[in-house]
Write a protein of this length. Sequence first.
Length: 710
Amino acid sequence: MQEQTTAALTGLGPLAPGLDELLIAAVAGTKAHMGALYLLPPDERVLLMSSVVGIPAPIAHQWARVRLEDPVPAAAAVRERRLVWLAGHEDVARRFPGVALSLPYHFSVAAMPVHAAGADWGALVLLWPEPHPAELTPHELEAIEAAARRMGTLLRRAADRGQPLLPASRPRILSPRRDAPGDPADAAAAYDYLNRLPWGACAMDMEGRITFITPQAAALLGVEPADLLHMRPWEVLPWMGDPVFEDHYRQAVLSHQPTSFTARQPSGRRLAFEFHSDQTGISVRIAPDLTAPPPAGEEQSHTADGRTLRADALYNMVHLAATLTRAVTVQDVTDLVADQVMSVCDIQALAFMVAENGRLRVVGARGYGPGFVDRYDGLPLGAPTGSCDALRSGDPEFYGTWEEYKQAYPDAVRYDDMSAWAVLPLITSGRPFGTCLFGYDRPHMFSADERATLTSLAGLIAQALERARLYDVKHQLAECLQASLLPSELPAVPGLQVAAHYLPATREMDIGGDFYDLIRLDDTTVAAVIGDVQGHDMTAAALMGQVRTAIHAHATAGASPGEVLAHTNRLLIDLAPELFTSCLYVTLDLARHRATLASAGHLPPLLRTPGSAARCLELPPGLLLGLEPDADYTTREVAFPPGSLLALYTDGLIEAPGVDLDQGMDDLAGHLTRSADRPLHILAQLLIDQAESVDHRTDDIALLLLRSAP
């Protein structure tokens, strides 16, 4: 354990041994069979796996980077600052389907945030083999909480000393605590016992490498024992490249349940394998299979040309496919592919390029510097480059060395010291629309299996990227439409201070239909309006503009608040009978210090007069615009003395998970009461900031504040 622990302390310095010991102790103290520590670097939104116990390196690398918004237990624990407990695979599949798809094995998971001094430092993740009780035992819970607390204390103290919180580029693989070694005579007796058995036996470490094999086992496999020691069986014996073998190896490692399967040698002889595992490795029993052979074609998975598929490639593709389903934007696709593929495939740089108006456009990149982007962004499609050729032909290209690439393209320029490239066309509906470029910092020989795997990955990336590009275009158009329909500036009215804010929903949501306006009617009279069109799309945004225009026209024509809403209602029914709109219309007479209001199903405004607390103004409940052509809208007149503050808002400002609208309005009234004396633009920003801090807003927000001069 010491050799593995001290060999990779880059990044955390003297902090690493203490964290490693706490992780090892947590695994041992809870009798978990695996554990991992994730760290959250300052000012980042990505959890980085720092160290692991009992998790093989290929699986650890697959989960080495986890974004805080990812639907995985570690990220959820940090986001929610609570323990995430999953009692078994069914629970994992229900709450985190992507994780269950990528790791289809039976285990229980506990993810505990590492939190100290008001700051998030990472997450502690522990796994147990099934069956496990439906709840953690008090002892397990106490051990987990104590380990996370001590880890947080260590990390906080290190931060206070100015020590950087930078995990190594790859997680450290730690050895679990072992019992003291037995007497050498016992080891000799165990060796003699194994050699007397009629079947073969071997031992593998957590990475799948053989650490011990009996002569009987080697004879059954048809090789010398020395040929297999310190090697993975499927790397030495091509017929064991069947994904079934690696699948059972992964299942044994992750679930600690006995697994068995049969395989056929090229000679036709069938062998039965049994896997038994614990934290220290895997014991394998190998014997001739004397049962009836399965039907033809059920023993191995092959590609179309007869090559066996590697299980790690299959798992990486499944994992990437699962994660790409949640990619919304092009940047999401870039980040997910970089996080999931680069470390696993030892890729140092990637770039996504698409064809637009006869030129290449770099839409995403990781690992390449600005020189590369400047060179390729805007390059004519007819330029002699691998990316342009792959885009035109639809065929992937692989260059194992710089010399190979230079021979194919004599005028090529080398960027960022890359030495090998995979140039993969991005194809959807049978048509190439772009290329994916993977760069390697050392010469790289691409095997047939690797070429097939990378080409398949490009297919997954192409589908996700095409969806993301369509979303980005749609979202950008909707944002531009909405921004053009909202007032660019509000008119100045003597004796009245005004502040307005609009906040769209979070990035994953479509555009909204909230709107506001301020209409100067004469020197002392002004109309204020706020509304919310049903829906979250471009139709809602376009209708919002028509409603706002109609209200403006009727208001300037001299209609009363009730008449403005009635006229707009009839127009809305003619324009879009299937959409509805809430609206609040207010006329402020600054000379008479009166406000006249009418509502079409909108939330009541809040009014704070000097020396009093803010309160909701109860208005006659009018129907939503667009429901009934003959609807009437009753008005109410209230006093609006000098120094009064009126707040108009949409429901996105007061909605929050677990909070009803009445509570939200009361909270908003409290904020207005406590902060009413602040400058109006600061008060508006304070109210918006509270809503902006919500990670996932499902609605947009409009806010209009009006204060009469004292």
